[in-house]
Write a protein that binds this ligand. Structure first.
Ligand code: FE2
Ligand code: FE2
Length: 171
């Protein structure tokens, strides 16, 4: 635990920060797995573009889980030790892929990113001017989640437009 490092935290309980970071940690692992498995099972038109995007996102979510775990440890906490706890602590849950076509999976993922943006935006509000180090970490992650939403939405829009064009040409 970083003693001097933690002494600069003002106006917020360290245990409270550890608790909310562990919830975010659960989200990151579930998001990682969601992207990992989506990239494996996705089907349909422009599938390769989706696989590339989903695989990149999986790597980013795992990197986020690392960043959050390291901060929990610095604060003197312990990252969740049992994957079963991911489901009891998660903010955003886990969207089990039901329809495996590209468009449905992208829609599921966009929902997940929107939830992540809300969570990290709340964490940024909570830590701003109180815990600068956590604030910096959650701000970096927030910027990534905003980029993720945009990447998925533009891919989703390209694919749906392409499908519409094909339909028009057939008719
Ligand atoms: Fe993330
Ligand atoms: Fe993300």
């Amino acid at each position: 635990m970083a003693r001097r490092g933690n002494s600069i935290i003002k106006g917020i309980e360290i245990n409270e920060i550890i608790a909310v970071l562990n919830k975010a940690y659960a989200d990151e692992w579930l998001a990682y797995y969601q992207y990992f498995v989506q990239a494996k099972v996705v089907k349909g038109i422009m599938k390769d573009a989706a696989v590339t995007e989903l695989t990149e996102h999986a790597a980013d979510e795992l990197r986020h889980a690392n960043m959050v775990a390291d901060r929990i440890l610095q604060l003197g906490g312990t990252p969740l030790l049992n994957p079963q706890e991911w489901f009891t602590h998660t903010n955003c849950g886990y969207e089990e892929p039901k329809e495996l076509d590209v468009v449905s999976l992208l829609q599921d993922s966009i929902k997940g990113e929107q939830c992540a943006i809300s969570v990290y935006s709340q964490l940024a509000d909570m830590t701003r001017e109180k815990d600068i180090v956590t604030y910096d970490i959650v701000s970096q992650i927030l910027a990534d989640e905003v980029e993720h939403e945009e990447d998925l939405q533009s891919l989703h829009d390209d694919i749906t437009e392409f499908i519409e064009d094909i339909k028009k040409n057939i008719n």
